[in-house]
Design a protein around this ligand. Structure first.
Ligand code: BGC
Length: 759
């Protein structure tokens, strides 16, 4: 059972069947590393996981689906490719440095043995500390109290800090603590790490290497400091087998307290030039590590800033508050302060999706960072810039111009998506998504040096791709044979989301080129290219029927409004709620059209209220929410249509997607895009804020279920605090710089420190 208690996500009993799921949910991290919430005493396969962003290897993936209906055969799988498919790149599960195994008179503490008398595991989003308090009866009446605390440091991203205490409650006996590294770990059920060496005295270091063509290396250092009743206690011995560990054995009685202060430090090939350097760095960092409480203080000095800048205070609903803070914590730790890798679909919380970066990044995750922590958003975009060269190669491979971003990318930018699935290769909206990310970042931050050094070049190369990809037919430009964001409909023509977004991003590209023509590099579009892009912007087909409904793609409304079903063995593992013949049906997996009304802000190109209302009514009914990326979109659309109970429900679905395991796969890792959507639902849905270059546009929605909501965001380097209380919205800023606000269509200047608006 998971609940929010005192602001912390709390597990009140040990539950074997929820171990995997809760391991994903209780992941701690700092953007560089992610450490699943497995137990110190034993890291079960599929439960345990320690990942470093950008540390990758090769795995074998066994795929044996039954394409047993017409839809799966003709649309979903490429069965020839299924025969070829075998290897895939993946995040690597590093050796388990959490290992702390405790025995009482020879009996090891495992929660599934003996009797748990009390159990409380909490994750505190305010501190990033995962804590577990247990009282255990070993089965023969000996009761012991354990306390485990741990966090990934924001003071130094290579460092993970742990504290354990053990106290016998009603017996005298021998307690043995074994602490170090469990070197027997697997990634996706495979042994892909080879040990290169084990060293050390005060600090133990294990060196490993991936057993594949990459041979990426890593060094994991661990320092253990034991104490008995406050006095240092030396280890009794060291074990050097697959458990590489220090051992302390002491005779204790009730009232005695055994403590362990443990620090683990990781360096990999992504950080150091040689394995020697990795080893030395890990060793040095461990040696300088301080006691847990001091480390915590240093960590909090950095982490608190991130917490505060992203926090939303909700008065009058402790539950919603707690779950949102939890979701924010997972979002914060999904971002790294460098561009080696980027925001992946499951953060560093599991192996599913192999750590790949998807379109979720620019559309669902990046806005959180653009609006609250723009320096981290910039890293995600610099990652895309690093992939520009390979994206040009991707386009060239398809015989097209410019750059084509991979639908799934890893450390490199070549296409990493599973070759047997047909649709991702057609999801060329990724190119418009990346462009939108750049535009959204620039218009909110005003970071011109980024735009001129990196952003505009990417926009130009993306524009070149569209020039070569569009087809001119029937007096208009069309994008045929694509898959939109709704993965249930493949091989469609003129996907609404794609066409609208392509038009908007191209228009912006032209605008920036025009404005900064003297500062654009040789990559700029030439005269003919500019003329062509202008023509596309003018004549690209933007689907909208006379009745104000937007067809998701050509012929969409001719399909059935129900879902015919056939076959049935494997569809559910491919995220379909039924074995549906989706190609015959209007039932969609996730929002496409509705994104244009919610997440995407096209400045002056707004739809009418009538169009919004009609399309929302229609597409909400057609969406089977088989992708978690549906919930925050639906939350925003509900708020915009003053359906506050629906908003509340969809908002909770967004932040509790994994806690309630709505998609029955939380053990594989959390749904990062959906979790980031908790913050966005409130910012965009309740506060109704959209930021453009010229002004902040505000269309707030009244929320009767919450007393007061307070958040802060950044616009053009200025921090603004926004409070929604009843029917009053207040903005506050400390900077004297005036800002343009457009409140429900009315322009106003936000000059003073405070601006109050009546809903
Ligand atoms: C969704 C995609 C998404 C991917 C990664 C899929 O289930 O349909 O839109 O990019 O998951 O989150």
């Amino acid at each position: 059972m998971l609940k929010v208690q005192n602001g912390k996500l709390t597990e009140t009993e040990y539950c074997i069947e929820a171990e995997g799921k809760n391991a994903a949910i209780f992941t701690t991290g700092n953007g560089y590393m992610g450490v699943r919430g497995s137990f110190e005493e034993f890291g079960s396969i599929r439960v345990q996981g320690i990942y470093v962003r950008g540390y990758i290897g090769t795995i074998i993936e066994i795929m044996e689906p039954f394409p047993d209906n017409e839809y799966m055969k003709n649309f979903y799988f490429n069965e020839e490719k299924l025969k070829d498919f075998e290897k895939q790149e993946s995040v690597v599960n590093l050796s388990d440095f959490l290992l702390v195994r405790i025995s009482v008179d020879g009996e090891v503490f495992y929660p599934w043995k003996g009797k748990i008398l009390s159990w409380e595991r909490t994750l505190d989003p305010k501190t990033g500390v995962l804590e577990r308090k247990v009282v255990w009866d070993n089965g023969s009446g000996k009761q012991t109290r354990f306390l485990f605390r741990r966090f990934a440091s924001y003071e130094n991203k290579h460092k993970y800090c742990m504290y354990v205490s053990v106290s016998p409650l009603n017996y005298s006996g021998k307690i043995k603590i074994l602490s170090g590294i469990d070197t027997k770990v697997k990634t996706c059920g495979q042994k892909i790490l080879r040990e290169v060496g084990k060293f050390g005295d005060e600090v133990m270091v294990q060196q490993v290497k991936t057993a594949d063509k990459y041979g990426f290396e890593a060094a994991i250092g661990v320092k253990n400091e034991f104490r008995l009743n406050g006095k240092n206690a030396d280890k009794t011995e060291r074990e050097c087998n697959c458990l590489f560990a220090d051992i302390l054995e002491k005779q204790v009685s009730p009232g005695d307290l055994l403590e362990l202060n443990k620090t683990a430090c990781i360096y990999t090939s992504r950080d150091c030039a040689s394995i020697e350097e990795m080893k030395d760095s890990a060793q040095e960092l461990c040696l300088t590590a301080r006691a847990f409480e001091e480390e915590l203080k240093a960590h909090l000095a950095k982490y608190r800033v991130l917490f505060e800048k992203t926090d939303i205070e909700i008065e009058g609903d402790d539950e919603a508050q707690g779950y949102l803070r939890y979701a924010n914590y997972q979002t914060i730790i999904s971002a790294c302060d460098d561009s080696v890798h980027s925001l992946s679909a499951k953060g560093l919380t599991g192996e599913r999706y192999n750590g790949f970066v998807w379109w979720d990044c620019e559309i669902y995750q990046l806005p959180f960072f653009i609006y609250t922590l723009p320096e981290l958003a910039e890293q995600a975009l610099l990652y895309r810039y690093r992939l520009l060269k390979s994206s040009k190669e991707n386009a060239a491979k398809d015989g097209l111009g410019g750059a084509k971003y991979a639908f799934c990318s890893s450390v490199t930018g070549d296409e990493r998506v599973w070759i047997y699935a047909r649709h991702p290769f057609l999801q060329i909206h990724i190119n418009a998504d990346v462009a939108y990310g750049i535009i959204n970042y620039y218009r909110v931050t005003g970071n011109l040096s980024f735009l001129l050094k990196y952003g505009l070049e990417m926009l130009c190369e993306i524009a070149r791709y569209w020039i070569s990809r569009v087809q001119f037919e029937n007096g208009r430009y069309e994008l045929k044979n694509v898959t939109g964001t709704d993965e249930h409909h493949l091989y469609v023509d003129n996907d609404a989301y794609t066409n609208y977004l392509v038009q908007f991003t191209l228009k912006k590209t032209l605008e920036y080129l025009d404005r900064f023509s003297d500062r654009a590099g040789k990559w700029r579009l030439n005269k003919e290219e500019i003329a062509k892009v202008q023509d596309i912007v003018k004549k690209i087909y933007l689907p909208l029927e006379d009745n104000d409904l937007i067809p998701q793609f050509d012929g969409y409304f001719n399909l059935s409004r129900t879902l015919p079903v056939a076959g049935g063995s494997s569809a559910k593992s491919f995220q379909m709620k039924q074995s549906g013949l989706y190609h015959l049906s209007q039932i969609i997996k996730q929002p496409d059209v509705m994104l244009l009304f919610s997440y995407i802000y096209r400045e002056d190109e707004k739809f009418t209220e009538q169009q919004y209302a009609l399309n929302w009514d229609y597409y909400e009914a057609m969406c089977e929410t088989a992708s978690s990326l549906s919930f925050p979109v639906h939350a925003i659309a509900s708020a915009d249509s003053s359906r506050m109970l629906s908003f509340y429900k969809y908002f909770l679905d967004s932040v509790k997607i994994d806690i309630d395991d709505l998609h029955n796969c939380a053990w594989q890792g959390v749904h990062s895009g959906c979790l980031a959507g908790g913050w966005i639902s409130i910012f965009r849905g309740l506060f109704g804020i959209n930021m453009a270059e010229n002004a902040i546009y505000v269309e707030p929605n009244f929320m009767p279920l919450w007393k007061k909501i307070k958040l802060s965001f950044e616009y053009r380097g200025i921090r603004i605090e926004a409070t929604l209380e009843g029917k009053t919205l207040t903005f506050e800023k400390t900077s004297p710089q005036p800002l343009e606000i457009v409140f429900r269509g009315k322009e106003m200047l936000f000059e003073q420190q405070r601006l109050q608006l009546a809903l």
